[in-house]
Design a binder for this molecule. Structure first.
Ligand SMILES: Nc1ncnc2c1ncn2[C@@H]1O[C@H](COP(=O)(O)OP(=O)(O)OP(=O)(O)O)[C@@H](O)[C@H]1O
Ligand SMILES: [Mg+2]
Length: 268
């Protein structure tokens, strides 16, 4: 088996208060992402899923303090990189769809403009060619009337459309090796959720992308993910293949999480 593309190892950290104390949030977090696979990160709210993912890109809040550990991406420890080196990785090799897609878009530029500007930043070329790429990316994430939609602003997009636009940005305009999706379908209706997940899977397959999917939806995990990382209160409770985690969970917290979701399914 080849080296994992990402190895989080013994990663601990927390947030510094105004008085200077650090409240530890992440405790010795370790997990790996295998190349070309889809890995889910699950766990209840506040368990540290997003803080860990943001740490990969060096995008934690400025008050975050790493206490120990490393995050190796393709052999390089990302925790040792400066802002410029991290910026060079972002979008080029690793990209992320944030938990709140609309907030991640700039309200004062049209969607097409933002996609086109990002395209030029990474690939160069003329404005006109970049806008054509932007429209094409919107078409490929199934946004209807992409030429017209490209001229619209984020507030004119529905939540599902904003998510699609962010996926277009992260996976088509940028051409990363690793795509991190932080709850890409939260707050969307079930049909739109399913469509967006299908879209992500198609992209992942087409491009042999490595995907890290942070989600609360265990149904989606069971259907689409190869591996699962279970987090609980800033600790990795267990990791394993999706099949093993679902059929023979070892950790008490995982069992509870799966039990709760089965209850929810039974109630539906
Ligand atoms: N900027 C911040 N300052 C202080 N504490 C923070 C900050 N960001 C996150 N935290 C805390 O870190 C912990 C982990 O948060 P995180 O956002 O990683 O949770 P999560 O697992 O992504 O939850 P959710 O499923 O709700 O998105 C929480 O207790 C949260 O309150
Ligand atoms: Mg989160």
């Amino acid at each position: 088996m080849s080296e994992p593309i990402l190895q989080v190892e013994g990663f601990s950290g927390g947030f510094q208060s105004k008085t200077g104390e650090v409240t530890q949030i992440l405790h010795d977090v370790s997990y790996t992402l295998e190349r070309g696979k889809i890995t889910a990160v699950v766990g209840e709210t506040g368990s540290g899923k997003s803080v860990t993912a943001l740490s990969v890109l060096g995008l934690q809040a400025p008050t975050f303090r790493r206490l120990s550990g490393s995050i190796r991406f393709d052999g390089t420890d990302l925790t040792t990189l400066g802002p410029r080196e991290l910026r060079a990785l972002r979008g080029n090799r690793i990209s992320m769809v944030f938990q709140d897609a609309r907030a991640a878009l700039n309200p004062v530029f049209s969607i097409g403009q933002q996609l086109a500007d990002t395209y030029r930043l990474h690939h160069g070329g003329s404005r006109r060619a970049a806008m054509a790429q932007a429209v094409d990316a919107l078409r490929r994430v199934h946004i209807p009337e992409p030429e017209r939609r490209a001229r619209q602003y984020p507030h004119e997009f529905s939540g599902g459309m904003a998510q699609r636009a962010m996926i277009a940005m992260a996976a088509l305009i940028c051409t990363p090796e690793l795509l991190i999706l932080d709850e890409p379908t939260t707050g969307l209706d079930v049909t739109t959720q399913a469509e967006i997940m299908d879209l992500v899977l198609d992209l992942a397959r087409d491009r042999a992308l490595t995907v890290c999917l942070i989600t609360h939806d265990l149904g989606v995990v069971a259907e689409t993910c190869d591996h699962v990382v279970v987090m609980n209160r800033g600790v990795v409770a267990e990791t394993g293949t999706t099949e093993r985690i679902f059929t023979a969970p070892r950790d008490a917290y995982t069992k509870r999480l799966l039990g709760a979701s089965q209850l929810a399914e039974a109630a539906e």
